[in-house]
Design a protein around this ligand. Structure first.
Ligand SMILES: Cc1cc2nc3c(=O)[nH]c(=O)nc-3n(C[C@H](O)[C@H](O)[C@H](O)COP(=O)(O)OP(=O)(O)OC[C@H]3O[C@@H](n4cnc5c(N)ncnc54)[C@H](O)[C@@H]3O)c2cc1C
Length: 346
């Protein structure tokens, strides 16, 4: 069947769009250059409902979280793979300001559905984790993004809907061609590198390089995600992922500055009382567009070119809902909200 939609980039954005088109029975092709380290592949994949210094609910959580859960669970079922894990997140308060924030927040009705009723005292094993100020346990989840992307890629390759190749981004006008075919729609899901392309460079990108460490440590069999200054994600192989760093000025996308890694290790040492050994690290660049939760829609001058980007550090939570919004726009003409629209005011 001839493809109508060309998706350029197969990270969380492009792969979510591919699943949305698959659901609708619309033919498409994903072209992805198959890099080993991308933002989506190195991400920890956490969904943290109550987040940030101010301990607020994630943007549009009540809508996005159930949609993300249903989306990943449906794909797990279809592919016979497990990559979406509902896991409690223990948020330990970092300083007096966090304690004061939590005193205000913890009884607010909107946070109650996300607090974990299974919480017991003590919240963490005091021999393993430093917890001078207390905290709370929330109902989080994490997506094994590398496993999700690999399984999705295999499935779409088997149906002829995925191709590993570098797509030469055209600099000027004219219809989009690939392998002798002309596409009605092409959707650019190329992550932080969109900032280098003349069609998108006017967007206020402020992408952030980030590193996750892989660590060996005896945490006494802890299986929850623990967060205090940094997070620790226990993996089934007994190692931990620890992160993240944020660097807004960088040359190489996959090599962290030593001081950024040293800063992360300092936070880890403040949380983990046991000795640990760092056995690896992975670095990628989160695509961030300033003052936006994400950007989707058609290019203001080239309406045949669409875009999904700026997922920031919340791609797992946001991609399922955003991809549906964009596909409903492209296929059904549903308007895109002004605050998300590429053709809106910047
Ligand atoms: C250290 C770190 C930790 C993170 N932790 C979390 C977390 O806990 N939770 C969470 O939700 N998010 C997290 N994120 C953020 C999340 O990874 C991003 O929101 C998401 O990956 C962005 O997806 P994307 O598809 O827009 O971009 P990308 O993942 O960058 O995908 C872009 C794709 O396009 C391809 N591409 C680019 N140009 C071309 C071309 N010309 N031709 C062909 N292919 C091309 C690239 O190879 C890549 O595969 C983290 C990110 C980092 C770096």
């Amino acid at each position: 069947m001839t493809a109508h939609v060309l998706i350029i980039g197969g990270g969380l954005a492009g792969t979510s769009l591919a699943w949305r088109l698959h659901e609708r029975g619309v033919p498409f092709l994903v072209v992805d250059r198959d890099e080993p380290l991308t933002s989506s592949k190195v991400a920890a994949g956490l969904i943290t409902p109550i987040t940030g210094m101010r301990l607020v609910l994630n943007w549009r959580l009540d809508t996005l979280y159930p949609e993300a859960r249903a989306f990943y669970q449906q794909i797990e079922k279809k592919l016979g793979h497990s990559f979406y894990h509902e896991t409690p997140i223990v948020s330990l308060l970092l300083d007096d300001q966090a304690v004061a924030q939590w005193q205000k927040r913890h009884q607010q009705p909107e946070v109650q559905p996300y607090l974990d009723a299974q919480t017991h005292e003590p919240l963490v094993n005091a021999d393993v984790f430093a917890n001078p100020l207390g905290g709370f346990q929330q109902r989080g989840a994490w997506l094994d993004t590398a496993a999700f992307l690999a399984a999705s890629q295999r499935f779409f390759e088997s149906t002829g809907r995925w191709q590993c190749a570098e797509f030469p981004l055209p600099e000027s006008g004219g219809p989009i061609h690939w392998n002798g075919q002309t596409y009605k729609h092409s959707v650019y899901c190329i992550g932080w590198e969109a900032a280098k392309h003349p069609w998108f460079e006017w967007l206020p990108f402020r992408s952030g390089r980030g590193t996750v460490l892989q660590v060996q440590a005896d945490t006494g069999g802890e299986t929850r995600i623990i967060n205090r200054g940094c997070w620790l994600l226990p993996r089934s192989d007994g190692t931990l992922r620890v992160g993240p760093t944020y660097e807004f000025h960088f040359d190489h996308p996959n090599q962290p500055a030593p001081e950024a890694v040293a800063g992360l290790e300092t936070k880890l040492q403040a949380l983990l009382k046991r000795p640990y050994k760092t056995i690896g690290s992975q670095t990628g660049v989160r695509p961030i567009i300033q003052h936006r939760q994400a950007v989707i829609g058609r290019h203001p001058v080239r309406p045949d070119i669409a875009f999904m980007n700026g997922l920031g550090s919340k791609g797992v939570l946001r991609a399922p809902w955003l991809s549906r919004q964009l596909i409903e726009h492209l296929l059904d003409g549903k308007p895109i909200e002004a605050e998300l629209d590429l053709a809106g005011n910047f």
